[in-house]
Ligand binder design. Structure first.
Ligand SMILES: *[C@@H]1O[C@H](CO)[C@@H](O)[C@H](O)[C@H]1NC(C)=O
Ligand SMILES: *[C@@H]1O[C@H](CO)[C@@H](O)[C@H](O)[C@H]1NC(C)=O
Length: 622
């Protein structure tokens, strides 16, 4: 009766009484063409069991790489009557596409299995070794619907489930993983890419070809390469628990498990908990950049200190990192300084106690006695943890540098670039001052803090812009249905980048030799639209770019499968000299979860900001 389609007696829906292979049920696209239909006479080898169902593999595979030969059978009871190694026949089952959120991809599964027959038992069950018994996972592109760039704008142009493209598992990473859903696989010689999630799920790569490997053995994303060759290891099928102590670069024992799609990601559910074979021996080195004590070797750091309040448990740790790992930079751009009462929404906005506590903790840790510069936000206007009133601030070593003609602006004063009629030199109306703070683009976001400084022995002031743009909150999964995925906040960051860049461009228009450093948590990658615009409009260059840092070693943060750079320094052309240096200090990325102090890595740079007194005088009058 193969291939014959019968009609169910009592229903309008066709009952497919012909024996379908599992490959035919899955088909060569994301969504099964049998979705919603009842199929009969499905045969497969039980390769794995969980408390909620079983995984079966076809006994009559095809030779199409795009069709998975395995499928999940969702049933809490079937596992009681069948065992791994049984070849079984399902008299009937319903094909279903399941997802738990409408931005996730669906998983094709069989539900309501009935008339279950055990054909034979104790058959060999051999997992497919990824990259050996299967193709190797593609290393750059995710799906054909991303138009070559998962960070392309506009995003959310298509849904995979609606377009339902034919899978090309040799070209697209998600097509590859989709073509293996339900399959029992082995990842040989896995390496952990970061600490586990709070659910202990762990991103790994196997022994297959990868691109973007960084100095610590994880994968860094770069333009048009966000590492689809990585895979998430989820909750073990036998209810054991994955370790919490895994960290970036740890070598793990081989992992065998089933490929599924759950909580928005292609995931391997291991048969049992993953095991650490050899922990990474890497420990983050402190910066080797040391201040010269004057303008010709000024050290400048940037660090998002993650919701720092006076009573934060991580306050002394942040202070100790600043001294030990950052070697107490002369000037430190910090982000996420909370008000004196932290995340309590009580109308308190001042952070003088937070900053004084940090300064005294740094001193106790053996650092210098810093001074600080900041401007209070308007209560509850700058986003972040409710009530925390996070803001950016500068810590500076007053024996090495000082603000030029201090004249602080208020929370709502818009700073301006003033050009001296005589000398043509730019300076600030407010020092420090915030950039266009009432502009709607900054709603619920930190406003950039601009300042002008004189360093010891300096002949000329220099300018800084401390940035903390809108976060990526509200984005969709890079493994999700929506393509290109939603890059949360991208429209706001684009406007913020333009506003900030225009301000900076006025300084450089007046004086192309001005020394300008814009740094902080941009919440965006340098190769993505808001920041490519920022560089173009401002006239600044990203420091890693200017110094040709190897692309894979540009990272300050771990998110999902990727090492990535959300934190940057941008410099004006005159600072792009061979004397400039830049280092990312991986105190967060490289350590175990329990040793993480902030979610970001800090960075330290060294610059000559001395300038020459007269060389930059504008030869004007046209
Ligand atoms: C994609 O799916 C979501 C959720 O169902 C829907 O809101 C959205 O409009 C869809 N987008 C496109 C481009 O079809
Ligand atoms: C913070 O500022 C308030 C108001 O000016 C002042 O009374 C208080 O002493 C300051 N606290 C610290 C730690 O500087």
């Amino acid at each position: 009766m193969k291939g014959v389609l019968c009609w169910a007696v009592a229903g309008l829906q066709p009952l497919l009484s012909a024996a379908l292979t599992i490959a035919e049920i899955n088909g060569n696209r994301y969504i099964s063409s049998y979705n919603g239909k009842t199929v009969s006479d499905v045969t497969g080898l039980v390769t794995a069991k969980s408390s909620a169902g079983i995984y079966i593999r076809s006994t009559t595979p095809d030779d199409d790489e795009a069709t998975s030969e395995s499928i999940y059978v969702f049933s809490s009871t079937i596992g009681r009557t069948v065992d791994v190694g049984d070849i079984i026949n399902l008299g009937s089952a319903k094909v279903s596409e399941y997802r738990s959120s409408n931005t996730y991809m669906y998983l094709t599964e069989l539900t309501n299995p009935s008339d279950i027959t055990i054909v034979s038992s104790n058959n060999a069950v051999t997992p497919l070794v990824i990259g050996k018994d299967t193709l190797s996972p593609p290393t750059e592109q995710f799906t054909s619907l991303d138009e070559g760039d998962i960070y392309g704008v506009p995003n959310a142009q298509h849904n995979i489930s609606a377009v339902n493209p034919v899978l090309k598992p040799a070209e697209y990473g998600l097509d590859f993983w989709e073509s293996l859903t339900g399959e029992l696989v082995t990842v040989k010689a896995p390496t952990a890419l970061k600490i586990p999630s709070s659910y202990r799920d762990t991103w790994v790569i196997g022994d297959w070809k990868v691109t973007g490997k960084n100095d610590a053995g994880s994968l860094t994303m770069s333009a048009k390469d966000s590492n689809p060759e990585t895979i998430l290891i989820g909750a073990p099928l036998d209810s054991t628990k994955n370790p919490t102590t895994t960290k970036l670069g740890d070598a793990l024992e081989d992992i065998t498990g089933v490929v599924t799609n759950t909580y928005g990601f292609y995931t391997i559910l291991p048969l049992t908990a993953i095991k650490i074979k050899t922990p990474s021996a890497l420990t983050p080195p402190p910066t080797s950049l040391v201040s010269s004590g004057s303008c010709n070797g000024l050290t400048v750091g940037t660090y998002n200190v993650e919701n720092l309040a006076p009573t934060s448990a991580h306050m002394p740790k942040v202070a100790s990192q600043i001294v030990t790992y950052l070697k107490s930079p002369d000037l430190l751009f910090i982000q996420e300084v909370q008000d004196n009462t932290g995340a309590t929404d009580d109308g308190v906005v001042s952070a003088n106690k937070t900053l004084a506590t940090l300064i005294s903790a740094i001193k106790s840790a053996g650092g210098p006695t810093y001074d600080y510069v900041t401007i209070e936000p308007v209560n509850d206007e700058d986003g972040g943890q409710p009530g925390g009133n996070i803001r950016t601030a500068y810590l500076y070593n007053p024996s090495i540098l000082s603000l030029k003609n201090p004249n602080p602006g208020s929370s709502t004063d818009a700073n301006e670039v003033i050009v001296d009629a005589e000398t043509g030199q730019p300076s600030l109306k407010f020092n420090p001052g915030r950039v266009d703070p009432l502009n709607a683009a900054w709603k619920a976001t930190r406003k950039p803090l601009v300042a002008e400084w004189i360093a010891k022995d300096g002949k000329k002031p220099f300018f800084t812009v401390n940035v903390h743009m809108t976060s990526k909150g509200g984005g969709s999964s890079v493994h999700g249905d929506v393509r290109p995925p939603i890059n949360g906040g991208v429209e706001k960051r684009t406007q913020q980048a333009e506003i900030t860049a225009k301000f900076i461009s006025q300084i450089l228009q007046a004086d192309p030799a001005a020394r300008v450093i814009a740094a902080g948590d941009f919440n965006e990658f340098a190769f993505v639209k808001p920041l490519t615009t920022f560089a173009e409009v401002s006239g600044l260059k990203e420091l890693d770019e200017a110094l040709n840092t190897p692309v894979e070693n540009r990272y300050t943060y771990s998110y999902d499968m990727n090492a990535q750079a959300l934190d940057h320094m941008y410099i004006s052309p005159v600072l792009a000299s061979s004397k400039s240096k830049f280092q990312h200090i991986h105190v967060s990325s490289w350590v175990t979860d329990s040793a993480v102090v902030s979610d970001h890595d800090p960075s330290v740079a060294l610059f000559d900001v001395c300038g020459c007194a007269d060389s930059n005088k504008r030869v004007h009058k046209l």
